[in-house]
Design a protein around this ligand. Structure first.
Ligand code: NAP
Length: 242
C-alpha cells in the first residue's frame, strides 16, 4: 500500500518541495495551507500529474477543528503513515525590545501549538511503521540575536517536542525526528520584511550560499523513508554548515 503523508504548509517553500519529492517516491499526499488557494492548487496539479492521489485542504494549524479536518481528508486517501509538521511563520526581523505581543503570540501559536495539535492527531491515527518529521531551524541552537530570538526559542521548543515524542511513540513503532534548516530561499524572508536576506547573509554560511527548498526536502524524505528505520529523536541540521 502506498504511504499517505500529511504536509502542513504544503503550498509553498519547503513544504511544496517536500510534496513534489514525496510524490516522486510514490506517496499520496494531503497538503494543508492557510489561505493561498492558488499556490496550493498549482502544487496539487503537479502532484496529480506525477500520478499520486493528493488533496489540498485550507487548514489553519492553530485551530484543532481545522487540523482534524485535514487529517480526515488524508485518511480518505488511506491509512496515514507520515506527517511533516512544517507550517511556520516568523515575524518582522528586529531587536527583541521591538517585538510586539501579537507577533510573539502568532509565532508561538503556529510554530509550536500548531505542531503539537498536528502531532497529536497523527499520534492518534498512526500505527507501526509511521513517521513524523518536525521542521525546526538552526535558529533553535544559534538564538537569532537581533533578528527573532522569540522564534529561535519556539523552534527549540519543537526540538524538545521531537525528543519527547520520539521516546513516547517509539514503543508503538512510530519514529519522530526533526530537520533544522539554515537559511533557505523561500517566501518566508519577504514575509519577515527582508526578501534579500538569503543573499545578504550568504557570507556567514560556511558553504557560502543559501540553501534551496529541495535540499531540505531531501532530508525530510529520507527521515520518512524505511532507510531511516533506526533513526528516532534526531534533529538533522541542513544548514550549509551553520
Ligand atoms: P513559507 O515559504 O513562508 O511557507 C509557509 C507555508 O506555511 C505556506 O504554505 C503557508 O500557507 C503555511 N502556513 C503559514 N501559517 C500557517 C497556518 N497558521 N496554518 C497553516 N498553514 C500555514 O515558509 P518556509 O520557508 O517554506 O518554511 C517552512 C518551515 O521551515 C517553517 O516551519 C519555518 O520556520 C522553517 N524554516 C525555514 C527557513 C528558511 O530559511 N526558509 C529556515 C529555517 C526553518 P499560506 O501560503 O496559505 O499562508
Amino acid at each position: 500500500m502506498a504511504p499517505v503523508t500529511v504536509i502542513t504548509g504544503g503550498s509553498r517553500g519547503i513544504g511544496a518541495a517536500t510534496a513534489r519529492r514525496l510524490a516522486r517516491a510514490g506517496h499520496h499526499l494531503a497538503l494543508g495551507y492557510r489561505r493561498d488557494h492558488l499556490a496550493a492548487d498549482a502544487v496539487l496539479a503537479e502532484l496529480r500529474a506525477a500520478g499520486v492521489h493528493a488533496v489540498a485542504v485550507p487548514a489553519d494549524t492553530r485551530d484543532p477543528d481545522q487540523v482534524a479536518a485535514l487529517f480526515a481528508a488524508a485518511a480518505d486517501l488511506g491509512p496515514v503513515t507520515g506527517l511533516v509538521n512544517n507550517a511556520g511563520v516568523t515575524s518582522p526581523i528586529g531587536p527583541f525590545t521591538e517585538l510586539r505581543p501579537d507577533d510573539l503570540r502568532e509565532v508561538v501559536d503556529v510554530n509550536l501549538v500548531g505542531y503539537v495539535l498536528c502531532a497529536q492527531q497523527a499520534a492518534r491515527l498512526m500505527t507501526d511503521g509511521a513517521a513524523i518529521v518536525n521542521v525546526s531551524s538552526v535558529a533553535a541552537t544559534l538564538g537569532s540575536p537581533g533578528e527573532y530570538v522569540h522564534y529561535a526559542a519556539v523552534k527549540a521548543g519543537t526540538d524538545a517536542l521531537t525528543v519527547g515524542l520520539a521516546k513516547e511513540l517509539a514503543p508503538r513503532g512510530i519514529r519522530v525526528n526533526g530537520v533544522a534548516p539554515g537559511i533557505i530561499r523561500t517566501d518566508i524572508h519577504a514575509l519577515s520584511g527582508q526578501p534579500d536576506r538569503p543573499e545578504r547573509v550568504a557570507g556567514r554560511i560556511p558553504l557560502g550560499r543559501p540553501g534551496e527548498p529541495d535540499e531540505v526536502a531531501a532530508a525530510i524524505a529520507w527521515l520518512l523513508s524505511p532507510d531511516a528505520s533506526y533513526t528516532a529523536g534526531a534533529v538533522l541540521r541542513v544548514g550549509g554548515g551553520l
